[in-house]
Design a protein around this ligand. Structure first.
Ligand SMILES: [Zn+2]
Length: 138
């Protein structure tokens, strides 16, 4: 087997296409993340702050000795993640519903046989006479 050069291998890797898809996904995901971040920090944060009573969520912290634990930032990150997950779930659900609608519902194949009412044998659906009991069929 011929040994591929590193450049050749890299080129094949890039040309596989899913690398580009992945890059698009990462970039869109990043942009989406900042939108959600803004939504949480600039819109939801103040609302939650209002509900909690003028508490600035992001500045929520407590000290252990000399260490300052920024619990607010952490909680905010969790909220961000939950919102992203929820949005992705909603998008995926909508996408799945849309693709399911686009797919033609497969018609169940018409049965090629019927049951003879006289002998209950399975016979051709177009049969005029039963193959088993020779009864005349409509
Ligand atoms: Zn029959």
């Amino acid at each position: 087997m011929e040994k591929k050069s590193l450049i050749q291998e890299f080129k094949e890797f890039i040309m596989k296409g899913n690398v580009l898809d992945m890059a698009v996904g990462v970039i869109v995901g990043g942009a989406f993340g900042s939108i959600v971040g803004s939504l949480v920090n600039d819109v939801l944060g103040p609302i939650i702050g209002l509900i909690v009573g003028g508490l600035d969520f992001s500045k929520l912290s407590f000290g252990i000795g000399d260490a300052q634990i920024m619990i607010g930032n952490f909680i905010q990150a969790i909220i961000n993640f939950l919102i992203v997950a929820l949005c992705l779930f909603a998008i995926l659900k909508a996408f799945n519903t849309a693709t399911a609608k686009l797919k033609k519902p497969e018609e169940p194949a018409a049965p090629a046989t019927k049951i003879c009412p006289f002998c209950m044998s399975e016979i051709n659906k177009d049969a005029k006479k039963c193959a088993f009991c020779a009864s005349e069929l409509k």
